[in-house]
Write a protein that binds this ligand. Structure first.
Ligand code: DC
Length: 447
């Protein structure tokens, strides 16, 4: 059975741009039904008919043949054998399309064409009545909105960029008029289906809206909760861990310090970059199992880090030790959701969190490719990320030189990461990995 996604909403909410990009990502067919009404309007106007006159439009329909062609660049619309995809994008056609679309016979005329495409293909179909009339059985229904001022602003900037002379006020007036026509007509008015998910694109970026829609579709179609759109869950700084835990931790830290400073030739650099309070992420390269302890020797705040569930099953003594050092178990194969929930829970309790973005140890010290999880937690929680580079020098075991270097904190919001869109997460991850690499390689080069 084909998968049908109905995407409805007012003019200018970004439906076509967003649906096109989402369809490309999902390898679905993108169907722009507005173009069909526009083609009818073009025929009516270019044959000297009145788009307001029901009889004239109905008669004109007998002479109209519409086809859609899907190319790599997207949908092309063919009116009586001619590709009119570009001709239909004028303000006159927009207004006439809104008028002819209010005539029942026009809608009837286009309905079977729209239904047939959806029967045979996985589609994202964009329009006004897709979720309510054309594809009421669609597995996913999305209603995309944005304020009329924001839609007018986007349209205005688009036209100005094209070099057209337009006034913002005129565009806003047109949009309001079309909204009124589309929502007040008797037949198939623009309306959110009861079971549609509403997405307001007024204050989110285009990328964020695309991600949100792709994730919503994947979530509904595959029932996979990994595709639920991650929401911001900002951590309030200043939470303190209970006193007894801090005392126990301080005691352990002193014991570990005595052992580590005896066993290793240990150096710390950039300690001034370490915040005095908790709820920070320390993102480090991963050299050995003792890395979390190495990092937590210097800052006086409680640390926490995730560890494979299996590590907690070795023996009671080992479990106790790693738990005292703040480890919490994460089961493999459960996807990232559990790890993310637990990480944010820890940050909320005031712990600093150590994360190794490479996901695995790099024994030769080269920084490997990072995973996005670290950026996701930092972006969701909106907490600073302190990059850490750990460098082991020489081969000898006893008194081996080890340098732990802390870099300048990366504050997600300061670099524009204020949502969890994949573009922003990638940007944050790249920044974190570049800082870690710089800290590690900077040190190596100095040898
Ligand atoms: O999405 P658009 O602006 O290209 O659509 C042009 C007009 O067509 C719009 O004013 C409303 C109408 N339309 C409709 O009534 N039903 C649809 N499914 C799609 C568009």
């Amino acid at each position: 059975m084909s998968i049908n996604v109905a995407l409805d909403g007012p003019s200018g909410a970004g439906k076509s741009t967003i649906a096109k990009a989402a369809a490309q990502k999902l390898k679905y067919l993108y169907v722009d039904t507005g173009a069909m009404y526009r083609a009818v309007a073009l025929y009516v106007l270019s044959n000297g008919k009145n788009p307001d006159d029901e009889n004239e439009v109905e008669l004109a329909l007998d002479n109209i043949n519409i086809n859609l062609i899907h190319t790599d660049e997207g949908q092309r619309i063919i009116l009586n054998g001619e590709d009119v995809s570009d001709k239909i994008r004028t303000p006159e056609i927009s207004m006439a399309a809104s008028k002819v679309s209010a005539i029942p016979k026009t809608r009837e005329f286009l309905l079977s064409l729209q239904k047939n495409i959806a029967k045979e293909n996985n589609v994202i179909m964009d329009g006004r009545d897709i979720g309510t009339v054309v594809l009421p059985q669609a597995q996913v229904k999305i209603f995309l909105t944005a304020s009329s001022e924001e839609r007018a602003r986007r349209r205005y900037e688009e036209l100005i960029a094209k070099g057209e002379k337009v006034e913002y006020e005129d565009i806003l007036r047109d949009i309001n008029e079309r909204d009124y026509n589309d929502t007040h007509r008797e037949i198939a008015p623009l309306k959110k289906a009861d079971d549609a998910i509403e997405i307001d694109s007024t204050s989110i970026s285009l990328e964020a809206a695309i991600d949100k829609i792709v994730w919503t579709i994947k979530n509904v179609v595959t029932k996979d909760t990994r595709y639920e759109t991650p929401q911001l869950r900002p951590v309030i700084k200043g939470k303190k861990t209970p006193l007894w835990k801090r005392i126990a931790h301080e005691f352990l830290r002193l014991v570990a310090k005595a052992i580590y400073y005896t066993y290793l030739d240990l150096h710390f650099e950039g300690v001034e970059n370490v915040p005095k309070d908790g709820s920070n992420i320390f993102a480090s390269n991963h050299r050995s199992y003792t890395d979390p302890i190495l990092i937590s020797l210097k800052p006086k705040v409680m640390f926490s880090f995730m560890a494979k569930e299996e590590l907690f099953k070795k023996n009671i003594f080992f479990t106790l030790i790693i738990k005292m050092f703040g480890a919490f178990p994460v089961s493999r194969g459960k996807g990232g959701a559990e790890a993310i929930d637990k990480s944010i829970e820890r940050l909320n309790k005031g712990y600093n969190l150590v994360i190794f973005p490479e996901g695995t140890r790099s024994k030769d010290g080269k920084v490997l490719k990072g995973k996005t999880g670290v950026a996701l937690v930092a972006a969701m929680a909106q907490v600073p990320v302190i990059p850490v580079g750990i460098v082991f020098e020489g081969k000898i075991k006893f008194r081996r030189k080890v340098t732990v270097r802390f870099g300048e904190p990366i504050i997600p919001k300061e670099i524009g990461v204020d949502d969890c869109s994949s573009k922003k997460l990638r940007m944050l991850k790249n920044k974190i990995m570049a800082s870690i690499t710089e800290l590690v390689e900077g040190n190596v080069n100095k040898l």
